[in-house]
Ligand binder design. Structure first.
Ligand SMILES: *Cc1c(COP(=O)(O)O)cnc(C)c1O
Length: 228
């Protein structure tokens, strides 16, 4: 198993892409997407220096958390979050990346308030407007940020997106580009509880291009851990 080697190769690519796009390697957060992978693999990835770990399924996350799988790094929730699971992730995850509706945002805020904490979140944007994907439509972004400014218990730090995937790089880059433009537009606006500074975009097959187009957080699974 070559998790450590995979991570050093990925770090080199991240460094190159960040410098090419006028930033520093340390400006990019590498999140290990660890769904289906056991705690032993995750600990190896943490030892090799990933910045955070991202999980998709609440039950699986709770089991691995009980094994101490995420010790030493922030834990992100990156999967589809059902409202009946909100109580299980708020306060456990450092960052909920996949907030895909106003009602979810408000439920997270309520739960956080009852725990006496503020939950850090990203808003998931359905940049390709794909009917089968969750997330806010790009044209609804301002509305949800405005809504966030009226809530308590949450801090919105930016956006996460899973754009449509194409084999041809140019077609992926089209969506990275429009997502980055939306991110820049929203960064300039002022809302309470909102500071748009994180753009979580790019996975194993696309993270290099995503960084070139302005992503500063990449979620990488199979390129670290091997195929699922
Ligand atoms: C699985 C997953 C990833 C990582 O995908 P890879 O192609 O294995 O890198 C990233 N983001 C989300 C939301 C995922 O579910």
């Amino acid at each position: 198993m070559a998790i450590k080697d995979n991570i050093s190769r990925i770090r080199e690519s991240i460094a190159k892409a960040s410098i090419d796009s006028g930033r520093k390697p340390e400006d990019i957060t590498l999140v290990a997407a660890s769904k289906t992978k056991p705690a032993t693999y995750i600990k190896e990835a943490i030892a090799a220096g990933v910045d955070a770990v991202g999980e998709n399924r609440v039950q699986e996350m709770m089991e691995k958390n009980a094994e101490g799988a995420y010790e030493g790094v922030p834990l992100h929730f990156i999967g589809h979050l059902q409202s009946n699971k909100v109580n299980k992730v708020v306060g456990i995850c450092d960052l909920i990346e996949s907030v895909s509706s106003k009602s979810l945002l408000s439920q997270i805020g309520k739960r956080a308030e009852s725990l006496g904490i503020t939950q850090d979140v990203l808003i998931e944007i359905n940049i390709g407007k794909e009917p089968q994907k969750s997330g806010i439509l790009p044209e609804e972004t301002e509305e949800i940020l405005e809504y966030a400014s009226q809530l308590t218990g949450i801090n919105v730090h930016g956006f996460m997106t899973i754009p449509p995937f194409f084999v041809e790089n140019e077609r992926n880059c089209y969506y990275f580009d429009i997502m980055f433009k939306l991110f820049v537009d929203m960064s300039a606006k002022k809302y309470d509880n909102v500071s748009v500074r994180l753009l979580s975009m790019g996975m194993s097959d696309t993270y290099i291009d995503a960084i070139r187009f302005g992503s500063n957080m990449v979620r990488v699974g199979s390129a670290i851990f091997g195929e699922r």
